[in-house]
Design a protein around this ligand. Structure first.
Ligand code: AMP
Length: 120
């Protein structure tokens, strides 16, 4: 599978479509999910072209991995989620229902988040 330069997050990174930006560093961009599934629902994406977590974990540089995960932690902290708790989630591929083929981590918070996996 090759990276699709026309995926929606690639367009956000190129500023071809807008996003509600929360934070960025050299390696990551964080913005609000357009269809929130919790009171707080944030996406953090790497600036590099990685299709999924699998691709990112295999092929990203140490600096990209560090810069990306530091951004995830910083955003959660800046949103005051550390004390009350939050969930991070990454969908990889078909079984997980990944919709956008650019690696991203969801951050959910500001409410009880229920069971880890849907029973339905
Ligand atoms: P996933 O199913 O893990 O690939 O999640 C993709 C997420 O991207 C979904 O939660 C969508 O609501 C979100 N999404 C899609 N388009 C946009 C957009 N233009 N801005 C912000 N979030 C988006």
């Amino acid at each position: 599978m090759t990276y699709d330069n026309n995926n929606i997050f690639a367009k956000i990174l190129r500023k071809e479509i807008p996003c509600k930006k929360i934070y960025e560093n050299d390696y990551a961009l964080a913005f609000y999910d357009i269809n929130p599934q919790a009171k707080v629902h944030i996406l953090v994406i790497p600036k590099g072209k990685y299709i999924s977590f699998s691709d990112f974990s295999k092929n990203a540089t140490k600096n990209e991995i560090e810069g990306f995960f530091k951004a995830v932690g910083k955003v959660a902290g800046d949103q005051n989620l550390d004390e009350e708790g939050y969930r991070i989630l990454a969908n990889h591929g078909t079984n997980a229902g990944q919709e956008v083929p650019h690696f991203h981590i969801h951050i959910f918070g500001k409410q009880p988040l229920g069971p880890m996996i849907s029973k339905t």
